[in-house]
Design a binder for this molecule. Sequence first.
Ligand code: SF4
Ligand code: SF4
Length: 156
Amino acid sequence: MSDLITRAGLTPRFWEKKPLKKMSPTEWEALCDGCGKCCLNKLEDEDTEEVALTRVACRLLDDATCLCTHYENRHQFVPDCIVLKPENLDTHAYWMPQTCAYRLLWQGKPLPEWHPLISGTQDSVHAAGISVQGQTVSEFDTPFEEWEDHIIEEPT
Ligand code: SF4
Ligand code: SF4
């Protein structure tokens, strides 16, 4: 999600010791594994709340790094980009990717071994096939009417 995820200097395995609502802003941001999946556009059935993931990426997503190219000032370009916080996780968890660290911890599950906080490297997310690296198309080039043709299964 972020263009610069700081993970240095944090208490080892802090996510196992602190509840989400007690984490510092740096700890909270460090939970993001940088998979880029939450930056893919989704199609939602309003009646059933069923969410389909597409490979059509937000205009700010870098397909190579899977990070946001303007994270700090992204709302200038994408005003409706959600700011995920402990207080609104209950509202958003249902559509978050299955492997998303925020969702996993919210569900009381552990982080996977490929998570950069455990592996020590961002590359493990790509190597595990979890990220969207090299798999997206731009929303600039893909009209909304065609999004249905780009529905994908979540990489897990
Ligand atoms: S899905 Fe979760 S872990 Fe992946 S980039 Fe988005 S916030 Fe980060
Ligand atoms: S602006 Fe787009 S790329 Fe950046 S965090 Fe939001 S959804 Fe992801």
